[in-house]
Design a protein around this ligand. Structure first.
Ligand code: GRF
Length: 226
């Protein structure tokens, strides 16, 4: 189940990243400034060129590249990931821009302990290139979602979301940059809620106990004035 309440030690995170690792960085920063009671004990990438590797090394965090191309299939790859994560004593697996689909091998090894961040307001726009999809669709809002990982693609129970308006003249890059700013706020927050033992999954619902206050009760785009 979810890591328990009243922990005396920081929650041990294993972060899996394939690219730039800006979410990894935000988590490292919040651990370092004490606002997140967790510790990144291992970073794994499948991409030898991932900037996430440099970020881990810079922070003195053990980092390893496990290249998925060297495995016969997804499950064999996941078995190698699980072995590394277990040997590092990881309690929560944090997917941060990890461009591989997770199999039941990982989910059974870390039940309800794999989370992901997605740059859209799920259940709208699962999958890839979702900022462009939201613009092409003509949506007025997009955003980002932290969710538990289940056997589907971007389908697991939702922990936290941030809404980002789509503005006139937005292209995928500009929208992605504004969404990313919010990702850097909500991912550490989700992990902190888990670390505090405040998260419980009931079916599709993620219960937060005690509940966190919601600020701002309304977002309208375009606005009602001018
Ligand atoms: C983020 O937009 C995240 O939502 C998605 O992949 C991107 C990773 O960015 N899953 P970074 O590597 O954390 O900078």
């Amino acid at each position: 189940m979810i890591p328990s309440q009243n922990r005396s030690q920081p929650l041990r995170l294993g972060v899996l990243a394939s690219g730039s690792g800006s979410n990894l960085q935000s988590i490292i920063d919040r651990c370092q400034d004490g606002s997140l009671s967790a510790e990144v004990v291992l970073v794994i990438t499948n991409n030898p060129d991932a900037k996430a590797l440099d970020r881990a090394q810079q922070a003195g965090i053990p980092a390893v590249c496990i290249d998925h191309r060297q495995f016969a299939g997804r499950e064999e790859f996941d078995r190698a990931l699980v072995a590394k994560l277990r040997s590092a004593g990881v309690e929560l697996v944090v997917l941060a821009g990890f461009m591989r689909i997770i199999t039941p091998v990982m989910l059974e090894a870390f039940p309800q302990r794999v989370i992901n961040i997605h740059p859209a307001l799920l259940p709208a726009f699962p999958g890839l290139h979702v900022q462009q999809q939201a613009i092409d669709y003509g949506a007025r809002f997009s955003g980002c979602t932290v969710h538990f990982v289940d056997a589907g693609v971007d389908t697991g129970p939702i922990i936290i979301q941030a809404v980002v308006p789509i503005l006139a003249g937005d292209d995928a890059e500009r929208l992605a940059a504004r969404i990313l700013e919010q990702e850097h706020l909500i991912y550490p927050r989700a992990i902190q809620l888990i670390s505090e033992g405040r998260i419980r999954i009931e079916g599709r619902q993620v219960r937060i106990d005690p509940p966190a206050a919601v600020t701002g009760d309304r977002l309208i785009n375009p606005g009602l004035v001018n």
